[in-house]
Write a protein that binds this ligand. Structure first.
Ligand code: 4AD
Ligand code: MG
Length: 430
């Protein structure tokens, strides 16, 4: 393919190159004018000198507005003073479309305005960096799992049953009956693990979260590994290994992008194993020692998670939560059936829970009892109970919230910037 990008310029010095992109900025000084082109891979200064281009092209400068689409041809030169370190000495320029009054200027805009213009805001240097890091994070996740023998098995989005409690279900009409948008692929993953051994799914998941926080979306993407013949301890090792390898990859490949986001990289270089492991009960002690009012049995709020994670310089794994606050499918701890073999991984720096996982209950009788306690319609779960009837084995898995992970790695103050088109309580557009 002949299409060259700004990122390719280091290999093109001394050659005539055509770049395709959008005008980011320009300035003029009489016999010469400069434009900064962006093409998604970077920014490049293009120098338009009278005499080097036709007169028609030279006089086009006043018409060119921010975000006008253009192709620029010229000689590629190395120039350390230029943005990106390379420059194009323009010989010709083609205008595809003149952008009329691009609404996002270089001055500061409020968040609501930027969110209303999210479809355009994505073009900014900062959003471009986040999109690229998100992509690399996902690629690192897939590489880790694929290299370790996991098989991706896709799970449905329309479902007949709840996985993570009935209060956050999105209900939709389905040919005369009700369907729910999936909250998690886990239950189906458990079936897949009994076929392929180690599996994962990755897809959008939906929760009717009625709270407005900087950590919650109503539509988010979750990566969910599930392993047959795996207990909680091994589950933790998989989750820890995954996070370490993702952070390593991002530090290795995305340094320039993290710099655009002004991310303090020293905080990420601490992310090495082993992660500390503490029980819920120990976490409650930490809260008490730090003057928090908290009763054993309650669920942690965002503030509590921050106090706990502030004690550590790397992610911390909290395990053995009270069964009453966790999902029906989590296995009770053999030593104490008031707690379950579940775990959450809390990110440092106040980013909260990024992973939730557990060993699954493999005994059909206990599972039935737990479902009834939760008021779930067990008829809808017959297929799930079958997994305990035909070759039931200890198995475990976890869910990693991609946006929470992106938020932490990028050091963002709000989850809305981690996903191209966020869906929240108050936002369905654009
Ligand atoms: O802890 P959760 O609810 O766990 C499950 O859904 C399990 N079925 C996963 C499994 O074991 N296969 O969610 C898992 C992760 C959380 O740790 C968090 O990172 C993310 O999903 N998450 C959200 N991210 C953004 N917005 C929300 N509303 C989220 N709810 C959960
Ligand atoms: Mg959770």
């Amino acid at each position: 393919m002949d299409h060259k990008y700004i990122a390719d310029l280091p290999d093109l010095v001394g050659e005539e190159v055509t770049l395709h992109g959008w005008m980011y900025n320009k300035r003029s000084s009489g016999k010469i004018w400069f434009l900064i082109l962006r093409d998604g891979t970077g920014y490049c200064q293009c120098v338009v000198a009278k005499g080097n281009v036709s007169d028609e092209i030279f006089v086009i400068e006043p018409e060119l507005t921010q975000e006008s689409s253009i192709s620029v041809t010229g000689l590629c030169k190395k120039d350390d003073r230029s943005v990106g370190g390379y420059e194009l000495e323009v010989s010709s320029l083609e205008v595809h479309q003149i952008a009329d009054d691009y609404p996002i200027s270089k001055k500061d805009h409020g968040t609501a305005f930027l969110m209303d213009n999210r479809h355009l805001w994505l073009r900014s240097k900062r959003q471009n960096a986040i999109l690229r890091i998100r992509h690399e994070i996902l690629r690192a996740c897939r590489d880790y799992l694929d290299d370790n023998g996991f098989i991706q098995v896709d799970t449905p989005i329309f479902t007949a049953n709840a996985c993570e409690g009935t209060t956050t279900l999105f209900e939709t009409e389905y040919f005369g009956r009700s369907a729910y948008l999936t909250q998690s692929g886990q239950l189906y993953n458990e079936a897949a693990a009994m076929s392929v051994g180690k599996t994962y799914c990755f897809g959008p998941t939906f929760r009717a979260e009625k709270s407005k926080t900087r950590r919650h979306l109503t539509e988010f993407w979750m990566l969910e590994p599930e392993m047959a013949y795996c207990d909680l301890e091994e589950d933790m090792i998989w989750a820890e290994g995954l996070l370490i390898s993702v952070v390593e990859r991002i530090l290795d490949r995305c340094g320039d992008l993290l710099e655009i986001l002004e991310r303090d990289i020293s905080k990420l270089s601490n992310v090495k194993g082993p992660f500390p492991r503490i029980s819920y009960t120990e976490a409650v002690d930490i809260l008490h020692k730090n003057g928090e009012e908290f009763e054993w049995g309650d669920d942690f709020g965002g503030g509590h998670e921050t106090v706990i994670s502030d004690q550590f310089d790397r992610p911390v794994i909290v395990h053995r939560f009270p069964s009453a606050i966790k999902a029906f499918y989590m296995k009770r701890a053999p030593e104490d059936d008031k707690v379950v073999l579940g775990m959450d991984i809390l990110a440092p720096e106040g980013y909260g829970e990024i992973v939730g996982g557990s060993q699954r209950e493999e005994d059909p009788a206990i599972l039935l009892e737990r479902m009834e306690e939760e008021g779930l319609n067990t008829k809808d779960f017959q297929w799930y109970l079958d997994l305990r009837k035909y070759g039931s084995v200890p198995h475990s898995g976890f869910g990693l919230g991609l946006e929470r992970l992106v938020s932490w790695i990028c050091g963002l103050s709000h989850i809305r910037e981690t996903i191209p088109f966020p869906r929240t309580l108050t936002r369905l557009e654009p």
